[in-house]
Design a protein around this ligand. Structure first.
Ligand code: PLP
Length: 393
């Protein structure tokens, strides 16, 4: 006997992983340089050198038992203090170390927060297009995920649609900005209007509607575009942050949850998140990486390579006749599929060894995602292939 739901999740592989593995197989046959794999969001810029320097320094000047031992479940105080100091210096947000819970990256942090908020009958809203893993994570808690249709073509937030979908059972709205897959950054204007709506509805329903802000891409914004720190706009925001993309550390599993002291039921929420994480098997975040973050919380990525890719691809695709959302952040372009059917278009592209992810899984059919954390050479070589696909229609 085994759990059928778990089996289905494991057996039905993600379309992105399938594409990625297909790309590896093709590379073995036609050569890596002839496969244009835009499927997977694995960072392509190395971590800042200071990260590796910090590891070396920690290994040489810290007692080995302390480096590799368990830490407190909520994380080392020095790490939480360093993160609080960094957030306060950037956003003047009054963050305290006891409001931070050090987790193993955004994925398990979100699972703990969803479990915390999922009272019986709870509904979570998410704005399309959205990261597909939210669905299994929310549904695992017994709650329902309801999708607010995309605000096409700008991929901000359609507030009328949000208002229509809010119910007394809505416990939270999941926001991801800069967004995977659209690359959009929600503006302060959009977020302020959303905050007003949620405040009004929270009062009407007699309970808070939280924003769960999923922020692995917070540091990845271009052309000076500002990524608002949502707790300064809406107090009932729970932030799930990750260093996977900002410091190119996706395999190391480190991030944090921030529960603002001013949020409704803040202390109880924090305790419940720690409890939910515990029930999900959290013991502590990797000890070495907590110590690295204690030294490196203020580091920012050097975005030059992503920015160069972004511009080349954006301009190249527009010149070839494609339509796409303005890619202000993260490392994705979300492009309208010529002909309207993104699955069919991606299949055609696949025949030319160009690997694109259809937007259907992100709740936004008719678009495909292009991950530009790749080499610049690949972008240059692939642009004629993109152009030929549109000409062949
Ligand atoms: N949320 C979004 C929007 C993502 O794109 C990802 C990873 O790609 C995650 C969460 C999970 O990130 P982490 O590696 O921090 O678990």
């Amino acid at each position: 006997m085994y759990n059928e739901k778990a089996y289905a999740l494991g057996a039905n592989r993600s379309c992105i992983r399938d594409l990625f593995e297909y790309g590896q197989q093709r590379a073995a046959i036609v050569g890596k340089e002839n496969v244009y794999d835009y499927s997977l969001g694995n960072p392509s810029i190395p971590s800042p050198a200071a990260v590796n320097d910090a590891i070396r320094a920690i290994l040489s000047d810290t007692d080995s038992l302390a480096v590799h031992g368990y830490t407190s479940a909520v994380g080392d105080l020095q790490t939480r203090q360093a993160i609080a100091d960094d957030l306060n210096s950037r956003y003047n947000a009054g963050v305290l170390p006891q409001e931070l819970f050090i987790g193993c990256g955004a994925a398990p942090e979100l699972c703990a927060v969803f479990k915390t908020l999922a009272v019986p009958g709870a509904e979570f809203l998410v704005i399309a297009p959205f990261f597909p893993e939210y669905r299994p994570w929310v549904e695992e808690t017994g709650a329902t995920l309801r999708v607010v249709p995309a605000d096409i073509p700008n991929f901000q937030i359609d507030l009328n649609a949000v208002e229509q979908m809010l119910t007394p059972n809505t416990c939270a709205l999941i926001l991801n900005s800069p967004n995977n897959p659209s690359g959009t950054v929600y503006t302060a204007h959009t977020l302020t209007a959303l905050a007003d709506l949620l405040t009004k509805k929270s009062e009407e329903y007699g309970h808070p509607i939280y924003i769960v802000a999923d922020e692995p891409y917070r540091e990845l914004a271009y052309d000076g575009v500002e990524v608002p720190f949502i707790p300064t706009i809406y107090k009932n925001t729970i932030v799930c942050y990750s260093y996977s993309k900002s410091l190119s550390l996706p395999g190391e599993r480190i991030g944090y949850v921030y529960v603002p002291g001013g949020a409704t039921d803040s202390a109880a929420l924090y305790a419940a998140i720690a409890g939910a994480a515990r029930a999900l098997g959290h013991v502590c975040a990797p000890s070495l990486w907590q110590k690295v973050i204690a030294r490196c919380a203020g580091l920012r990525p050097d975005l030059e390579a992503y920015d160069r890719n972004r511009k080349a691809l954006y301009e190249g695709l527009l010149a070839a006749g494609y339509e796409t959302a303005k890619p202000d952040g993260a490392f994705y372009l979300f492009v309208k599929a010529p002909g309207g059917d993104a699955v069919a278009f991606s299949e055609k592209a696949k025949k030319k060894d160009l690997l694109l992810v259809p937007g259907d899984g992100f709740g936004c059919p008719g678009y495909f995602r292009v991950c530009y954390c790749v080499s610049f050479e690949m972008i240059q070589k692939s642009l004629p292939v993109f152009a030929s696909l549109i000409q062949d229609l």
